[in-house]
Each structure stands twice: as structure tokens, then as C-alpha cells.
Design a protein around this ligand. Structure first.
Ligand code: PLP
Length: 241
């Protein structure tokens, strides 16, 4: 997309966020836009950064490691993909929040490595809202049993939940899954007496509905940057440095 188009899309999405927040009697300020920049080249990210937006989401550690050094250092990054155990050490220093902690085993490993690195990472727990076999995340029925162990991990700052509803034809089809994630959050927060303020839910096709159901973070890629060209972005082999 051209500079103009990215800036225009950003304005439209910001406006839509404000409209959806106001409609549901919420303060637009409490909703963060995560610009999902996976597969997008650094110059597109830089263009959005220049409009004043600085929060981005990446789903592959390798791609982020290659890209981040090429982008102005005021950009902030959330990790939103499936994190492999052998990438934790590289991911922790570059992401200010890991939104997709999807198993107790992963959480335990993040906690251990965070201690070695002297970090207290902010994390969200990814919930497999509709218990799809194709998706990662905590099964809603198993979460209660694992919550005690998760909360005992001293290094993790667990701020809330992240979820991705099943692929749907219309945004309205996602509403009940967003509502379900909010209910799981409310119940878990009450039972374990912990604040879990963040709910990361909603993407390009359905973020207004997610906001109406309580999202505090929306992860928007295509609607900002246009269609993704491939599965990953790689620096040109002959780019030199
Ligand atoms: C790619 C991705 C998004 C963004 O999806 P769009 O439909 O392009 O807005 C959001 N969340 C996660 C976890 C993703 O992997």
C-alpha cells in the first residue's frame, strides 16, 4: 500500500475503534490497536510509525529478529504467534508483551528463561475459545486446573487473555466467542482474585464487535496494510549491509 493508503486506513480504523467504544459506553483510550505487521516489509511498518502509531504485532520470531533492527527504535512489539520453546530466549528481549502463551509448559519455560535474563515479561494466556483442534491455546475447561500453577510463576506478569474465534462469514458470528472469552476472564479473575484487565480479541474483519464485547487490544493486519503477499518477510539475499 502507498503511504497515503496506510495513513488513511489507520485513520479509518482509529475512528472505527472510537465509534465502537463510544457505542458500548467505553473509553476509546482503553483500547489498544496492535498493527499486525507479519509478512509486511519494513518500509510499510515505518510508514505507519510515521503517522504516530508505534505498537506492532509479529507472529514469527525469526522474521521479527530480521525486521526490528531496520525500524526506528520507538516501535514496540507484541508477539502474537505460536512461540516455540527454542525461540523464547531470543523473543523475550524484543517483545514487550507475549500475547500468545498457549500452554503451561511454555509458561514454565518462559518463566525460567526470564529469570536467567533478569526480565519480568508481560504475557497474555491464549485461550482456544471454541476448542478447535487446529488452534493452540488453553482449553477453557482445563484452565481452572492450571491457573494455580500459572499464577505461581514469579516472573510472568499475566495481564489477561487472548483468543481467536473460528473462521466466520460475518463479524456477528464471532460475537458469542468474544463474549465467552470475556466470561472466562471474569470468572477466572473472580475465582483466583487476580486482576486480568487485558482482553486481546478482534482482527480486521470483526474488531468492532470485539470492542463491543470488551476487547482492550485489537489485532489488525490486512485492514491496515492490505493483503499479505506471502507467509513471511525475509531480507533480500543480496541486500548487503
Ligand atoms: C495475522 C493475525 C492477525 C491479523 O489478522 P488480519 O485479519 O489480517 O487483521 C491477528 N491476530 C493473529 C494472532 C494473527 O496471527
Amino acid at each position: 500500500m502507498s503511504t497515503h493508503t496506510i495513513a488513511t486506513s489507520f485513520e479509518q480504523i482509529s475512528h472505527q475503534i472510537a465509534v465502537s467504544a463510544t457505542r458500548s459506553l467505553r473509553n476509546p483510550q482503553e483500547i489498544q490497536l496492535i498493527a499486525v505487521s507479519k509478512t509486511q516489509p519494513p518500509d510499510a511498518i515505518q510508514q505507519l510509525l510515521e503517522t504516530g502509531h508505534s505498537l506492532f504485532g509479529e507472529s514469527r520470531v525469526q522474521e521479527a529478529l530480521a525486521k526490528i533492527p531496520l525500524i526506528a527504535s520507538n516501535a514496540k512489539w507484541h508477539f502474537i504467534g505460536h512461540l516455540q520453546k527454542n525461540k523464547i530466549r531470543q523473543a523475550l528481549p524484543i517483545f514487550e508483551c507475549l500475547e500468545s502463551v498457549d500452554s503451561l509448559e511454555l509458561a514454565v519455560n518462559i518463566d525460567r528463561i526470564a529469570r536467567e535474563l533478569g526480565l519480568f515479561p508481560r504475557v497474555l494466556l491464549e485461550i482456544n475459545i471454541a476448542t478447535e483442534s487446529s488452534k493452540h491455546g488453553f482449553h477453557p475447561d482445563h484452565l481452572r486446573a492450571e491457573m494455580e500453577s500459572l499464577l505461581a510463576l514469579e516472573r510472568l506478569q499475566i495481564e489477561g487473555f487472548m483468543g481467536i474465534p473460528p473462521r466466520a462469514k460475518t463479524a456477528e458470528d464471532s460475537r458469542r466467542y468474544f463474549a465467552k472469552l470475556r466470561e472466562i476472564r471474569d470468572a477466572t479473575s473472580a475465582e483466583f482474585r487476580v486482576p486480568l484487565p487485558q482482553l486481546s480479541m478482534g482482527m480486521s474483519g470483526d474488531f468492532p464487535v470485539a470492542i463491543e464485547e470488551g476487547a482492550t487490544m485489537v489485532r489488525v493486519g490486512t485492514a491496515l496494510f492490505g493483503e499479505r503477499a506471502g507467509k513471511t518477510w525475509k531480507p533480500a539475499a543480496d541486500a548487503g549491509d
